[in-house]
Design a protein around this ligand. Structure first.
Ligand code: FAD
Length: 278
């Protein structure tokens, strides 16, 4: 895996994506010495010493070597020992809905049932921002919804029910805690060039922060074309084109068909039979 070289080549792409203002992401807290902890967990598999002894005797040269080994062999469960808590602000409810689909994480989000959304802020997607007439109309619709929301509250409707008039664009705040393995999964899906701009920007920002606190772990994270050297996105992937600058990466459609055919051939030849490999 030529991951460090690949990351260097992706630097410009990261910088471009990072120019987009929202969302605001901050790493609130994380497991102390995450790389060392993961390396100790990796050694636990085959080392007869106590975990405490492994921890105490682990040195700075051994940590990256063990991480290279364990992540290279896709023994990814060791990554689950390192946790990271992000404060994410200035994102749309459309994005927060997608974010919480990542089930391994824990979340706490600003409530629309308890907090009033009288003066709610909203996200304007770049494609709408880029069209002045459409952008004005969008802002007008937001004002209309805000007026309706206020009117409903004035007439005694609860916040919990008035919020049904609030849009997907409504800004929200969320705290997310999850482990490094789950972040690998999130980054691989959402830093992908075919993902919508908002989640992609969030994923890339998270990745950039993670690279500063645990570079020897997160240098292995990235969109699927970086991590697995396969872009599964077919025509969309062609438009993104990121896979083209990753050495050895390929578009997946043809590959998938090929491996299914290969498996059928293996079965015909009985090369896949269990007894042959015992
Ligand atoms: C390009 C794209 C398009 C999408 N389109 C849609 C769509 O049209 N409709 C839609 O509803 N969603 C859609 N999603 C969301 C997607 O289906 C996932 O819900 C979301 O991306 C979270 O991914 P995850 O399940 O891998 O993450 P997590 O929930 O964090 O799970 C992480 C991993 O844990 C394992 N895991 C978690 N829960 C289970 C379980 N119950 N059983 C077995 N293994 C489990 C899986 O290996 C999983 O990959 C889309 C996502 C992407 C990236």
């Amino acid at each position: 895996m030529e991951t460090i070289g690949t990351l260097a080549r992706l630097k410009n792409w990261f910088i471009e994506a990072n120019k987009i203002g929202t969302p605001a992401v901050e790493l609130l807290a994380y497991t102390p010495e995450p790389e060392k902890l993961v390396a100790v967990a990796a050694r636990r598999s085959y080392d007869k010493r106590s975990a405490k002894q492994i921890w105490e005797e682990m040195n700075d040269i051994e940590v990256p070597r063990l991480l290279d080994q364990v992540i290279g062999h896709r023994h990814l469960s060791v990554l689950e020992h390192a946790n990271f808590t992000f404060a994410i602000e200035g994102i749309s409810r459309a994005l927060s809905h997608q974010l919480v689909r990542h089930r391994i994480a824990s979340y706490t989000q600003q409530s629309q049932q308890r907090a009033s959304e009288q003066d709610f802020n909203f996200i304007i997607p770049p494609a709408i921002q880029g069209n002045l007439a459409l952008c004005r109309e969008f802002q007008e619709k937001m004002r209309e919804l805000a007026n309706f929301y206020r009117k409903a509250l004035d007439m005694g409707v609860t916040k919990g029910q008035a919020r049904y008039a609030l849009p997907n664009a409504c800004m929200t705040r969320i705290i997310m805690t999850t482990n490094a393995r789950s972040l690998f999964n999130l980054i691989s899906q959402r830093a992908c060039g075919v993902e919508e701009w908002e989640f992609r920007t969030l994923a890339i920002k998270m990745h950039m922060i993670l690279l500063t606190v645990a570079p020897n772990i997160f240098k292995y994270a990235g969109p699927k074309c970086v991590m697995d050297l396969i872009c599964p996105e077919g025509e969309e992937g062609k438009k993104c084109g990121l896979y083209k600058i990753i050495p050895g990466a390929v578009l997946c459609d043809g590959e998938r068909k090929m491996s299914a055919t290969r498996l059928q051939e293996l079965m015909k030849q009985e090369a896949y039979a269990i007894e042959k490999h015992q």
